[in-house]
Design a protein around this ligand. Structure first.
Ligand code: SAH
Ligand code: MG
Length: 207
C-alpha cells in the first residue's frame, strides 16, 4: 500500500477489507482505494440514498458504498456469471445484504423497468467502450441534481499517451477519449474530470 492508501485504509471495516484483499489477490479490477475515497466523499456530502452501479465484479465497490450511513439502496449489474456468483456469496454473507441488489445480466440488455425510476447516483464501471451507451440508457434514471460517476477515464494512462499500444487497445482508448470529450458539451449536465484512482468523470444533472 502507498501512503495515501494507508491513510484511506480506515475506510475499510473487517468485511470490506476481506473483499479488498480477495479482489487484489485474485486480480479483479476493483476500484483503487483513493477512487473509492472520492466516491464515499461524494456520497456522504450529497446525502446519497439510491445508487445504480454498472459493473459489480465481486461487489467490493458496492460494499464500500453501502458502508456509508446515508445509503439505503444499491442496484448493481454484473454480466459475467462466474464473477456474479462470487458477488452473490459476498453479498448474502455480508452486512449489507438488505441494501445491495444484484442483477446478473448485460447492462445494455436488462429492462429499465426492473430498476428504480430515480437514482441519486449512477456509477459506470463496466466495459469502458460502452460508456456512451450506458449514458444513453441510464441518464434518464438519474434525478435532477443527481451524479453520474464514470470510472477509468484515464485507462492506466493509455488515453493520454497512445504510443506503442496494440490496435485493439488503441481502438478502445479512442472510444474512451470520445466519451470523455462528449461530456464537455452535454446540455443540462456539468462535468468535472478528476485524476483520482484511474481517473473519474463526475457528471451532475442540472435542473
Ligand atoms: N465496480 C467493481 C469493479 C468492476 S470491474 C469494483 O470496483 O469493485 C468491471 C466489471 O464489469 C466486470 O466484472 C465485467 O464483467 C462487468 N461488465 C462489463 N461489461 C458489462 C455489461 N455490459 N453489463 C454488466 N456488467 C459488465
Ligand atoms: Mg474501475
Amino acid at each position: 500500500m502507498n501512503y495515501i492508501d494507508k491513510l484511506n485504509d480506515h475506510l475499510h471495516n473487517d468485511y470490506t477489507k476481506k473483499l479488498y484483499t480477495y479482489g487484489i489477490e485474485n486480480k479483479y479490477p476493483i476500484m483503487e482505494l483513493n477512487g473509492i475515497a472520492n466516491l464515499m466523499f461524494i456520497i456522504k456530502q450529497n446525502n446519497i440514498k439510491r445508487i445504480l452501479e454498472i459493473g459489480t465484479a465481486i461487489s467490493y465497490s458496492a460494499h464500500m458504498m453501502a458502508s456509508v450511513d446515508c445509503v439505503e439502496h444499491i442496484d448493481t449489474i454484473e454480466r459475467d456469471t462466474d464473477t456474479a456468483n462470487i458477488a452473490k456469496e459476498f453479498i448474502n454473507n455480508g452486512p449489507s445484504k438488505d441494501k445491495i441488489h444484484l442483477f446478473v445480466d448485460d447492462a445494455l440488455k436488462i429492462s429499465n423497468d426492473l430498476l428504480l425510476k430515480e437514482y441519486d447516483m449512477i456509477l459506470f464501471d463496466a466495459a469502458k467502450v460502452q460508456n456512451n451507451n450506458f449514458f444513453d440508457k441510464y441518464a434518464p434514471l438519474l434525478k435532477v441534481g443527481g451524479i453520474i460517476v464514470t470510472d477509468n477515464i484515464l485507462f492506466h494512462g493509455c488515453v493520454e499517451n497512445q504510443e506503442g499500444l496494440t490496435k485493439n487497445v488503441r481502438n478502445m482508448v479512442k472510444k474512451i477519449d470520445q466519451y470523455n470529450q462528449s461530456l464537455i458539451d452535454l446540455e443540462n449536465y456539468d462535468s468535472y474530470f478528476l485524476p483520482v484512482g484511474d481517473g473519474q468523470a463526475i457528471i451532475v444533472k442540472r435542473g
